[in-house]
Structure formats: structure tokens, C-alpha cells
Design a protein around this ligand. Structure first.
Ligand SMILES: Nc1ncnc2c1ncn2[C@@H]1O[C@H](COP(=O)(O)OP(=O)(O)OP(=O)(O)O)[C@@H](O)[C@H]1O
Ligand SMILES: [Mg+2]
Length: 254
């Protein structure tokens, strides 16, 4: 290691690393507990997401998917445990600081600003980057948003609003994108298109994606790995290849 380092010009010399950089997870969650007041909802979750990996978090209604997303974003307080982005603990930071560290969030129900235009909606995502205008590559990824950039968000279809919410999240230049049930209320053909979009985003930008989902076929289409939540705990975790679909389906059935 030492002899290798002396071969580097000083300006690019990095401190010695215990592990190769690629081994640092994009996101690592360690024994995470979260509560609404006195009521603990997440009971010690531990998992990590590699750079460029897509992980689906599955579970029935009320099992803790949204609470996990909100806790990662700093919208629900961490009771115990750690959240690391690229190795750095962000669990004490406010939401906007976590966005600056590379987390971005597409909330359940999309939550776009219905009276603002498409362009204005995307611009709200630019705050941490210092950019003033929507980067052209975002519109290239979502041509329909370019076509409709002057339209009010509330006048878009559900699928278009979901694209808008994703574009807004990408505007902050994240390393890790969190999507909470993006397929909810969206028709099957648009769901398939969204699966392709997520994989393209990953392939082109190399970012990691955590997507919560109740539809197993979508999860198996997009995810490299599946995590199942039940009552705020991880009860099953498997890579997509070789996953026991029947076992996962049992967790999802009521
Ligand atoms: N603001 C809140 N205050 C108190 N309890 C809450 C609050 N939000 C959610 N909960 C409770 O936390 C648990 C987990 O809810 P959460 O919304 O995380 O589930 P979910 O998996 O996202 O469900 P869904 O699939 O319906 O969106 C549930 O028991 C829910 O009632
Ligand atoms: Mg939810």
C-alpha cells in the first residue's frame, strides 16, 4: 500500500483505505430504530445497498416501508442506530443536509406541487446543487416533461406526475434514490415503463435505488435484491436470482 501511494502525484494522494473504495456501501443502515412518540415502529433494521444496486423493500400495508423512507430522510427521528451514506453517518442531520449528502426521496403519493408548473416543480429539487436551470439531461430522460414544462403539475396524469416526482428528486444529483411505492395507482403498461426508467437511471448515473413495493412482479423486474419487512423488522432478504417467490408472496398476502 505504502509503496503504491508514493507513486501517486501528491495532489491525488488519498489516505490509506482499510478496504477498496468499491466495498463502501452507498447506504448502510445499522440497527435502526424509529418511533412516532412512544410508539416504536422500526425495531432494529440492518441492511446495506451497494453502489449501483437496486433494492426492493416489500411488505404489506402498515409494515413500516414509509416509516423507513422517512427515517432515512430525517422526517421521522432516529431513536437508535446509524444511517451511513458513503460511509458517513447522517443520522443526526436535518433533511436538507441529508439531501446535500446524496439522499433523494420520492414520497408515497408523489406530493408534487399541483399549482406550480412542471419546470417549477423540478426547480425545487435544484436547491442543494446551486444550479439555476433544469439540466437538459433530466428533460432528455423524461421527454414528456419537456413537452409539458409550462403545464401545472396537477394537470398531469398519475404516471406523468410520478416521472415529475422522480425528475425533481434527481435534480439534487443524488447518490441514493428512495422511492416509496411508485407504482401505486398506476396502470400496468406505465409500471413497466417505470421499471425501464429506474434501470436506465441506475445504468446511466450509477446511483443506488431503494424502492418500496407491494407488487412482486415489479420488484422482481427492477430489483437486484429484495428485503421483506414485517411489523418493522426484516423477516426475509434474498438476491433476485434464486429468490423463493412463493415465500415472498406469502409475506405479501393478507
Ligand atoms: N404519523 C404516525 N404516527 C403514528 N403512527 C404512525 C404514523 N405513521 C405511520 N404510523 C404507524 O406505523 C406503522 C407503519 O406504517 P407505515 O406507513 O410505515 O407502513 P407502510 O408499510 O408504508 O404501509 P402502506 O403500504 O400502507 O403505505 C403502522 O402501524 C402505522 O399505523
Ligand atoms: Mg407507505
Amino acid at each position: 500500500m505504502g509503496s503504491l501511494q508514493t507513486a501517486h502525484p501528491p495532489e491525488i494522494q488519498a489516505p490509506p483505505l482499510a478496504v477498496a473504495p468499491s466495498a463502501t456501501p452507498a447506504l448502510a443502515v445499522d440497527d435502526l430504530h424509529a418511533a412516532y412518540g412512544q410508539s416504536e415502529v422500526l425495531h432494529g433494521l440492518t441492511f446495506s445497498v451497494a453502489p449501483g444496486e437496486i433494492v426492493a423493500v416489500m411488505g404489506r400495508n402498515g409494515m413500516g416501508k414509509t416509516t423507513l423512507m422517512k427515517t432515512l430522510m430525517g422526517l421521522v427521528p432516529v431513536k437508535a442506530g446509524a444511517i451511513r451514506v458513503g460511509g458517513e453517518d447522517v443520522s443526526g442531520l436535518k433533511s436538507h443536509r441529508r439531501v446535500a449528502k446524496g439522499l433523494a426521496y420520492v414520497p408515497q403519493g408523489r406530493m408534487i406541487f399541483s399549482t406550480m408548473t412542471v419546470q417549477e416543480n423540478i426547480e425545487t429539487g435544484l436547491t442543494v446543487t446551486g444550479a439555476r436551470a433544469v439540466p437538459p439531461d433530466l428533460y432528455a430522460m423524461f421527454p414528456v416533461l419537456l413537452e409539458m414544462k409550462g403545464r401545472r403539475g396537477g394537470n398531469l396524469s398519475g404516471g406523468q406526475q410520478q416521472q415529475l416526482a422522480i425528475a425533481r428528486a434527481l435534480a439534487s444529483g443524488p447518490k441514493v434514490l428512495l422511492l416509496d411505492e411508485p407504482t401505486e395507482g398506476i396502470q400496468p403498461s406505465i409500471i413497466r415503463e417505470m421499471g425501464r426508467t429506474l434501470k436506465t437511471i441506475r445504468d446511466e448515473r450509477g446511483l443506488s435505488i431503494i424502492v418500496s413495493e407491494q407488487v412482486l412482479s415489479f420488484a422482481l423486474d427492477v430489483a437486484d435484491r429484495v428485503i421483506v419487512l414485517e411489523n418493522g423488522a426484516i423477516v426475509h432478504e434474498a438476491p433476485r436470482d434464486g429468490i423463493d417467490e412463493a415465500a415472498v408472496a406469502r409475506f405479501l398476502s393478507v
